[in-house]
Design a protein around this ligand. Structure first.
Ligand SMILES: Nc1ncnc2c1ncn2[C@@H]1O[C@H](COP(=O)(O)OP(=O)(O)OP(=O)(O)O)[C@@H](O)[C@H]1O
Length: 616
């Protein structure tokens, strides 16, 4: 990244216009805060602006009284003190109001961010590294390494405007006595400000270019302090190792930044020269006028305070950085909002239990070089219990994600009741199916909510939920919970009750049953027995698959005992269906399924077989 030297174009018309356009965007953000807070912020800023020239006026009056010994001392002294107090009060109140206003704006920016992330029907954008980088910038809300929120940028804008106007007021005041000096000090201060901005804010762009590195730092930092990896880090003695990785990632992220910062510090000659020249002029010109009897000492005091007020424009308070940082976050948010998600279908799926067909479906993950599914053909008939088996990585979960519309086939199509899935309204289609993913989410909600969120639109009675819990084998858990259905299930929180892995999995199955009772007509179960004990696994088919009534079931499991009762079993291999038939058919065919089945059966009958990349 080339180091930016100061350019007079920074103060040129085109640059100023671009900057003004940017500023207007930030000012528009102020509309996302409450009116009362905004009024308080504007009032405090106006008071600060008005107080600046008054300070010079009262300073002059005070010095006049002190030098001449004529007139009352109390009035100018009280006036001077009052103005200082007013400035102080306006600054303190303004700061508190600005912070609250910034938080309100950030809250709205976060909602916009959530809307953008949730807008597409699929999830491929969430896995796109470019999206992740921009989203990470947009969602940077000042809680991590630096403050760069759009809210702080918006209120920082008010602060800068206040400072500029205040400096302008002081410039006009000084111009009454020394117009050329006033213009020179204003220009020199603006140049100094521009240099400082360029130098220091360039550093922020360096940081920004390293967003992927920063995400790595965040990952290691979260891993060290978050609950997810807490057990493993301790058991494997990895605490020190994780700290080292975090530190290494931190150095990798900031190496360039630190090098350039050293350069910036070495390049302060021009700013220092401007500061010395400005101070010399501010003191020298009115000082010489006093010595030449062209102005009195009171006017000198006035001019010095006014010059001081002009210099305030070079002050690089936090707000300058807030604006630059927030600018990146705001641009990232606008970039995300500007991207139009692919058009969604609008048709409603036909009523009843649908026939689902995969027709010559090929799918490659975004950024991947090889397809996971190749020219795959598969039909799920209405009411059928269809099982899919295959080794790790065969593409079983991918197939479900395509079916749920989370990804779109790269080639071929999926039809539901004859209609291309792409033409269906994703929300309407998802109202027809329920999916139990193998990495299902353990929501820190109540037991009731953990079940009903599968169909939140419907009403349900306690008796019905209790019946479903009994069907799912969780009657014992229900009676052990102090608040029954209203117990919060939260593994690490202080208020809730944790469940075991198998109990969570049973609960996920109960959620699927509840969804079926609320009209879902296609049930997808991905590894639903992975955490269950032997009895739970043996009972699973009867308890859950057998309880879905007329709905179709797509069942994935490595445990072949779980799938053997299915109407039809298909073996997925190399992205295609290699075998298709009932358990008995497939055993009779003596192909790969039969080999895998015998391998699993042998585990229980004799000594353990040699390790192989086969299902458990
Ligand atoms: N989000 C993703 N981006 C890129 N590749 C992916 C993604 N998810 C899965 N894959 C790859 O797609 C292939 C199929 O994965 P999938 O999860 O569908 O397999 P699976 O048959 O369900 O495996 P398992 O039995 O282990 O659950 C794997 O090679 C995997 O690495």
């Amino acid at each position: 990244m080339p180091y930016p030297a100061f350019s007079p174009r920074d103060l040129g018309w085109a640059r100023l216009r671009a900057s003004a356009a940017e500023r207007r965007q930030f000012l528009a953000l102020l509309g996302y805060g409450s009116r009362r807070l905004l009024t308080a912020v504007l009032l405090a800023t106006l008071l600060e602006i008005a107080a600046a020239p008054l300070t010079a006026v009262f300073a002059q009056a005070l010095v006049d009284v002190l030098v001449s010994g004529e007139g009352g001392f109390v009035l100018p002294a009280a006036g001077f003190a009052a103005v200082l107090l007013l400035r102080q009060a306006a600054e303190i109140t303004g700061r508190a109001c600005k912070l609250s206003l910034a938080q309100q704006i950030d809250g709205s920016a976060r909602s916009r961010m959530r809307r953008v992330a949730l807008r597409p029907a699929g999830i491929s954008h969430l896995e796109d590294p470019e999206f992740q980088d921009v989203a990470s910038r947009a969602a940077d809300q000042g809680i991590a390494w630096r403050e760069r929120s759009p809210g702080l940028a918006a209120v920082g804008q008010v602060e800068i405007a206040g400072r500029m106007l205040s400096a302008l007021a002081m410039g006009i005041a000084l111009a009454v006595h020394f117009p050329v000096l006033a213009c020179a000090l204003v220009v020199l201060s603006l140049v100094a400000r521009s240099i400082t901005l360029r130098q220091w804010l360039f550093l922020e762009n360096v940081k920004d270019a390293a967003t992927p590195e920063r995400r790595k730092v965040d990952f290691w930092a979260d891993l060290a302090t978050g609950p997810e990896a807490g057990t493993e880090l301790r058991l494997f003695g990895l605490a020190g190792w994780v700290s080292e990785r975090r530190l290494a990632a931190h150095y990798a992220w900031l190496a360039d930044y630190w090098r350039i910062r050293r350069n910036v510090l070495r390049r302060q000659k021009l700013s220092m020269t401007i500061a010395v020249v400005s101070a010399g002029l501010a003191l020298g010109v009115p000082g010489a006028a006093v010595l030449g009897d062209r102005i009195d000492v009171g006017t000198l005091a006035f001019c010095l305070v006014a010059a001081w007020g002009i210099f305030a424009v070079t002050d690089m308070g936090n707000e300058s950085y807030d604006i630059e940082y927030g600018k990146t976050a705001h641009h990232a948010l606008r970039t995300l909002e500007a991207v139009r998600p692919p058009a969604k279908g609008t048709a409603s799926p036909a009523p009843g239990v649908p026939e689902v067909r995969f027709e010559h479906v090929t799918f490659t993950y975004p950024g991947a070089s090889r397809p996971v599914l190749c020219d795959l053909n598969l039909t799920l008939r209405p009411g059928e219990r269809l099982a899919i088996v295959g080794v790790n990585g065969a593409g079983k979960t991918t197939l479900i994600k395509l079916l749920a519309g989370l990804y779109t086939p790269t080639a071929g199509r999926i039809t539901v009741g004859g209609a291309d899935l792409r033409t269906l309204d994703p929300a309407a289609w998802r109202d027809r199916l329920t999916v139990l993913f193998q990495d299902f989410v353990r929501y820190p909600l109540t037991l009731r909510e953990n079940i009903t969120l599968a169909a939140p639109e419907a009403d349900v009675t306690d008796a019905e939920l209790e019946g479903l819990l009994r069907a799912g084998g969780l009657a014992g858990v229900l009676t052990s919970l102090e608040a029954g259905l209203d117990t919060v299930l939260w593994q690490t929180g202080s208020e809730g009750r944790g469940l075991s892995g198998g109990q969570w999995q049973r609960l996920a199955a109960v959620r699927a049953l509840y969804a079926v009772s609320r009209g879902r007509r296609l049930v997808v179960l991905d590894e639903p027995t992975a955490h269950l004990d032997v009895r739970g696994e043996a009972e699973f088919y009867g308890r859950v698959v057998g309880a879905v009534g007329e709905a179709s079931v797509l069942l994935i499991s490595h445990r072949l005992s779980t799938v053997r009762a299915a109407d039809r079993i298909v073996l997925l291999q190399d992205g295609r269906i290699m075998e298709d038939g009932s358990h008995t058919d497939l055993l009779r065919r003596d192909g790969e399924y039969a080999r895998l089945f015998r391998l699993q059966a042998a585990r229980f009958a004799g000594p353990p077989p040699a390790p192989e990349g086969t299902p458990r």
